[in-house]
Ligand binder design. Structure first.
Ligand code: IPM
Ligand code: MG
Length: 365
C-alpha cells in the first residue's frame, strides 16, 4: 500500500534541510522496499506570501490525507505581527492541533564526533541518552490571549485528560527503556502544575505501578540538564517548559541542528520536524546542519511507516558520517566544514552501501 507523505519545507533553512531529508527518505524507501508518494505543499511564511495564510486549505487537506507530515522550519525575520493570521508560527500551532499530535518526542543522544562542539565539559556528556516528551496541543500556547499596548495576558489551562494522555505516552516509553520517568512542573507556583503533578501521580500509580516516578521543578530540571543529564531517561512536561528545556538540552548534542522530533497522537499519523527554527541569517548558504531533519525522517520511518530497520540504517548512516569527520560548520570545530549538501551525500553514500538491494539515490540540492 502506498503511504502519502506531506512535505512542508517552510521558511529560512527549511527548504534546504527538507531537500536533505527527502533525499534520505527516498533512499531509505528504495533500499527497504517502502512504497511512498511524497507531495510538497506551501507552509508558514512561504505560504503567507504565496497564498495569504500560513496553513492554506490545500496544505491542510494534504496533511489530513497523508500518513505522515515532514516539516522543515517556520518563521520570518523581524518582529512577529500581533495578528495571528499573519504569523507563520500560528500555522504550525494550527497544524499540530489539526493533527491532534499532543505528544512531542524529542530525543537527546549526543553523537561521538558532534558533541565535542558542545561548550559543556565532555565528562558531563558521557552516557547522556534521554528523551523529553513535550505536551504539544495545550497550555499557554493555546489559551486565551489579550493583547493591548499597555497590558497583555496569556491563559495557561490544562484538563486532567490532557495531562493523562501525554503522561501515558511518556510512561509507555519509560516502560520500554529504564523504567524511570521524571515529570517536570512548577507546582510551587502554578495551579496547572499542581493539577499536572496530581494527575501524573495518580495515573502512574493506577496504570504503571512498576515505574519509578520523580517530580522535578522546571528550574531545577534546567540546571540538572547541564550538570547531571546522564541521570535522566524519560522526561515529561507541559508545552512551554518542553519548548525551552529541549533547546537547552540540544546543547548536550553539540548543536541545536542535531535534534530531531516526532509528534504523535492517538492514530498512527505523525508530524516530524527538527527542533530548530528557520535561522534566516544562514538560509540559502549551504550552512544548515540537516542532522535534526534526517533523524526526524528516521523517527518517521520508525513510528508512522513501521520500518524500524530502515530507521536504524538512517541513524547509523548519520552517526557514521559524523564520526568519520563529515560535519557541518556548527559542529566542525577546527576541522573543515561540510556543506548541507556534502553532509547529505555522505549520509546517502553510507545508506546506499548498506547491504540491501535498491537503486542509488543522489542528493538533488
Ligand atoms: C519548536 C518551535 C516552535 C514552538 C515555534 C516555531 C512556534 O520553537 O517547535 O520548538 O515554540 O513550539
Ligand atoms: Mg522551540
Amino acid at each position: 500500500m502506498t503511504s502519502l507523505i506531506a512535505a512542508l519545507p517552510g521558511d529560512g533553512i527549511g527548504p534546504e534541510v527538507m531537500r536533505a531529508g527527502l533525499a534520505v527518505l527516498r533512499a531509505a524507501a528504495a533500499r527497504h522496499a517502502l512504497d511512498l508518494r511524497i507531495e510538497e505543499a506551501p507552509f508558514g511564511g512561504a505560504a503567507l506570501e504565496a497564498l495569504g495564510a500560513p496553513l492554506p486549505p490545500s496544505t491542510r487537506d494534504l496533511c489530513l490525507d497523508s500518513s505522515a507530515v515532514l516539516l522543515g522550519a517556520v518563521g520570518l525575520p523581524g518582529p512577529p505581527p500581533s495578528d495571528p493570521a499573519l504569523r507563520p508560527e500560528q500555522g504550525l500551532l494550527d497544524l499540530r492541533a489539526l493533527l491532534g499530535v499532543y505528544a512531542n518526542l524529542r530525543p537527546i543522544r549526543p553523537l561521538p564526533g558532534a558533541c565535542a562542539a558542545s561548550p559543556l565539559r565532555q565528562e558531563s556528556l558521557a552516557g547522556v541518552d534521554l528523551i523529553v516528551v513535550r505536551e504539544l496541543t495545550g497550555g499557554i500556547y493555546f489559551g486565551d490571549k489579550r493583547e493591548g499596548d499597555d497590558a497583555a495576558s496569556d491563559l495557561c489551562a490544562y484538563s486532567r485528560g490532557e495531562v493523562e494522555r501525554v503522561v501515558r505516552c511518556a510512561a509507555r516509553l519509560a516502560r520500554q527503556r529504564s523504567g524511570r520517568l521524571c515529570s517536570v512542573d512548577k507546582a510551587n507556583v502554578l495551579a496547572t502544575s499542581r493539577l499536572w503533578r496530581s494527575a501524573t501521580s495518580r495515573l502512574i500509580a493506577d496504570e504503571f505501578p512498576e515505574l519509578e516516578l520523580e517530580h522535578l521543578l522546571v528550574d531545577a530540571a534546567a540546571m540538572r540538564l547541564l550538570t547531571r543529564a546522564a541521570g535522566f531517561d524519560v522526561l515529561v512536561t507541559e508545552n512551554m517548559f518542553g519548548d525551552i528545556l529541549t533547546d537547552e538540552a540540544s546543547v548536550l548534542t553539540g548543536s541545536l541542528g542535531m535534534a530531531p522530533s516526532a509528534s504523535v497522537g492517538d492514530g498512527g499519523k505523525g508530524l516530524y520536524e527538527p527542533i530548530h527554527g528557520s535561522a534566516p541569517d544562514i538560509a540559502g548558504q549551504g550552512l544548515a546542519n540537516p542532522c535534526g531533519m534526517i533523524l526526524s525522517v528516521a523517527m518517521m520511518l520508525d513510528l508512522s511507516l513501521k520500518a524500524p530497520q530502515a530507521a536504524r540504517a538512517v541513524e547509523a548512516a548519520v552517526a557514521g558520517a559524523v564520526a568519520q569527520g563529515v560535519r557541518t560548520a556548527d559542529i566542525a570545530g577546527e576541522g573543515a566544514a561540510a556543506s548541507t549538501g556534502q553532509f547529505t551525500e555522505a549520509v546517502l553514500a553510507r545508506l546506499n552501501r548498506s547491504g540491501l538491494r535498491g537503486p542509488l539515490v543522489q542528493y538533488a540540492g
